[in-house]
Design a protein around this ligand. Structure first.
Ligand code: BGC
Length: 247
């Protein structure tokens, strides 16, 4: 069994655990600490280190952040503190953890996990994973290869970022019915399909647990499938990155 630690930094919680790379399943508890507010580089790094300690893990760590990551440098910060921008995140979190840290965008992490063990498995052509949570994340695959750092949650719609109207958080915050929320989500999906014509759209993020409630309300030309790994996808994908298995 090959094991690897993965951590997923989200808008509300920082979660992590040790992943069995054969199956994508956690072999430890799923450790979780509320994301410190403000989610500054220092505070988040310390929390990631706490999670690694809780898992009793020694060795390299994969870590997913809700940001564009270029060679370990954090380039955007939509739902975390803006102090992250241009920080060498791999070095900073690595110092707190005391080990090598590999960073990846959170949706890209969830995507590689879904392609390996979840509903993207065996799907060729253009596969697009969208995660609906605090924001909207995207992971784009062309014949199984990840095109990193797409930011399709920030497509400009309705006078701002699409995620400001169509993220799952908006439904909760504004107490929308599934039908009311499905309307902007369908408009968003139509725009994304017009741009990329994906063969498959994997619908992910925490809300994908409730797909029975809304999947039938969504209209796409692409095959639309719910994510299978849900909450652990980011952790498992970050672990794959640390194991050198993301190309
Ligand atoms: C961020 C993305 C992230 C997504 C989901 C967006 O606001 O810009 O990098 O993948 O939220 O967390």
């Amino acid at each position: 069994m090959t094991l690897q630690m993965g951590v997923d930094v989200g808008g509300t919680g920082i979660k992590g655990g040790v992943v069995d790379l054969e199956t994508g399943a956690l072999v430890t508890d799923r450790f979780k600490i509320a994301t410190p507010q403000p989610a500054t580089p220092e505070a988040v790094s310390e929390t990631v280190a706490e999670i690694v300690d809780m898992a009793d893990w020694e060795g390299p760590v994969g870590c997913a952040l809700p940001s564009v990551i270029k060679s370990g440098i954090v380039k955007t910060a939509a739902n975390i503190d803006r102090g992250w921008i241009d920080v060498d995140g791999e070095a900073m979190i690595g110092r707190a953890v005391g080990a090598t840290v590999h960073l990846i965008n959170d949706a890209d992490a969830a995507g590689v996990a879904e392609m390996r063990w979840g509903s993207g498995e065996g799907r060729d052509g253009t596969v697009l994973l969208l995660t609906f949570g605090t924001g909207i994340g995207s992971a784009l695959f062309a014949n199984g290869n990840l095109v990193r750092n797409t930011e399709l949650g920030h497509l400009q719609m309705w006078g701002g970022s699409a995620e400001a109207r169509a993220a799952a958080k908006v439904r909760e915050r504004e107490d929308l019915s599934w039908e009311e929320w499905a309307e902007p989500v369908n408009e968003y999906l139509a725009y994304v399909e017009w741009m990329l014509a994906p063969d498959t759209i994997v619908f992910g993020g925490g809300i994908s647990k409730k797909y029975d409630e809304f999947l039938h309300l969504l209209r796409t030309d692409a095959a639309l499938v719910p994510a299978e790994l849900q909450n652990n996808a980011g952790i498992a994908g970050a672990a794959l990155l640390a194991a050198g298995e993301v190309t």
